[in-house]
Design a protein around this ligand. Structure first.
Ligand SMILES: Nc1ncnc2c1ncn2[C@@H]1O[C@H](COP(=O)(O)OP(=O)(O)OP(=O)(O)O)[C@@H](O)[C@H]1O
Ligand SMILES: [Mg+2]
Length: 427
């Protein structure tokens, strides 16, 4: 028998990643960086050291203002044609699959250093739907698989993320109970209906939508911050006295984590300068120009995310925009954020209901709601979703690690069938 090494369970998330393996029948998460079981899914191409930093170090380099290129929410680009477009980074021509691959290669190396094991195979989580568009959804898994292979894994299998969370929470239910996993992450919301029996759990249905915490950030940014940079304000025509509203795309992109790096290209900067020149309120558009020139898009996105979480935790949240202009900030009340995010929360609740319908179960037949994922902590999500399932007790799994736990638990089994010549479990 050839030595195939151990299997690593990997939760490659939009915002955070984690990895684990099984020891003595229990899931063990592997510390991938000092001080934590999860690792921000972020990279920084550092011009000075010519190295690609990942995780917390990447965020610190951005914050310190080091020269380089920061990227976050790379998972949201999977399946898009630009994943395979090459661009120059630190003197190399790389596509986005290479960037994800290098992130995964560093994750693999850290996991091997921490455990002394060799990981040739990975069981990776994947959202039930990366995208609403079918072709792009299928391409996203192909892209992610390529990234694992380029990272040095010899084989990779996939498991739906909410199914992994169901596995991690299998002991929570008594035989006959019906659970609904609600996993609201950074990029997607995923649902699994499962029944507990004496032998473990039975997956009855899974479904997902492309809505997550980064969409919440985007909406908060568009509603409360982008108007200060000129969103919706009037631009004079170069000739004649007419005006039109500033084009929406540049603000939409600036409010979208994965699109921010593209705005630092010369054509976007030129567009911003043109808008400022003809703006009815030039001071606002001048801020947009400065943000693109000084590459402050991610700083704003982090300020928005912090404000969102603060408003969710307390009654008001402060979005500190001091990096844009000294002393500038926006205060948003929890109720305002709830109202702004209502449509997104409704979309999430509809997808949850659909999963239960797909399983052939009436909503009041669900006995347990299991909330996981960072954005499941958003009050507006719970308030919108819970009334749909009046018979369910609410259970909170470990928000940021349940999926990696489940992938660790399922890792070895995912490869057993295929070694016997049978079909691997595939979503
Ligand atoms: N206390 C909180 N309240 C509200 N939102 C939060 C809180 N803590 C974290 N979040 C949000 O949770 C999201 C990250 O959650 P998580 O780590 O589960 O996502 P992910 O696994 O990286 O993404 P996905 O599963 O969609 O690929 C971010 O959008 C973050 O802003
Ligand atoms: Mg997740």
């Amino acid at each position: 028998m050839t030595d195939t090494g151990a299997v690593l369970g990997v939760d490659f998330g939009t915002s955070n990643s984690a990895a684990g393996t099984v020891r003595d029948g229990a899931a063990r998460l592997i510390p991938l960086e000092a001080g934590g079981e999860t690792l921000p899914t972020a990279v920084f191409f550092d011009v000075e050291t010519q190295k690609m930093l990942i995780g917390t170090a990447a965020g610190e380099a951005l914050l310190a203002g080091d020269e380089g290129r920061y990227m976050r929410a790379l998972k949201s680009l999977l399946g898009a044609p630009l994943m395979r477009e090459k661009r120059m980074l630190l003197g190399e021509r790389l596509d986005f699959i290479d960037i994800v691959a290098r992130f995964l290669a560093q994750l693999k190396e850290a996991a091997e250093a921490a455990t002394g094991l060799r990981f040739d195979r990975a069981l990776s989580g994947r959202p039930v739907r990366f995208h609403g568009d079918d072709a792009r959804n299928a391409q996203a898994e192909i892209d992610l698989r390529d990234a694992y292979l380029r990272a040095g894994f010899k084989e990779v299998r996939f498991m739906f993320e909410p199914e992994a969370a169901a596995l991690a929470n299998r002991d929570m239910l008594a035989a006959g109970d019906l659970g609904l996993v609600v996993d609201i992450g950074g990029g997607t919301s995923d649902f699994t209906v499962f029944r507990s029996d004496d032998n473990g759990i039975d997956i009855l249905a899974s479904h997902g939508v492309r809505v997550g915490g980064t969409d919440f950030d985007r909406k908060v940014s568009l509603d409360f911050v982008m108007p200060l940079l000129g969103r919706g304000s009037d631009i004079r025509h170069a000739f004649g006295g007419d005006t039109h509203a500033a084009p929406a795309t540049i603000f939409n992109d600036l409010a979208t984590w994965q699109k921010i790096p593209f705005l630092y290209a010369p054509d976007s900067r030129r567009l911003a300068r043109d808008l400022a020149q003809y703006a009815v309120e030039p001071a606002r558009l001048a801020r947009l120009v400065a943000v693109l020139e000084d590459e402050l898009g991610h700083d704003i996105a982090f300020a928005v995310e912090r404000g969102k979480i603060a408003a969710n935790t307390g009654r008001v949240g402060l979005i500190d925009l001091g990096v844009v202009e000294r002393g500038m900030d926006v205060t948003v009340a929890a109720a305002q954020i709830g109202a702004a995010l209502d449509d997104l929360a409704q979309e999430i609740a509809r997808a949850a209901l659909r999963t239960v319908t797909d399983a052939g179960i009436a909503p009041n037949g669900i006995t347990h709601l299991v909330f996981v994922g960072g954005s499941s902590l958003m009050g507006v999500v719970e308030e919108t979703l819970c009334p749909q399932f009046p018979g369910a007790a609410v259970h909170r799994g470990s928000a940021l690690t349940a999926i990696a736990d489940g992938l660790a638990l399922g890792a070895e089994a995912a490869f057993v069938l295929s070694e016997d010549g049978g079909q691997p479990p595939s979503p």
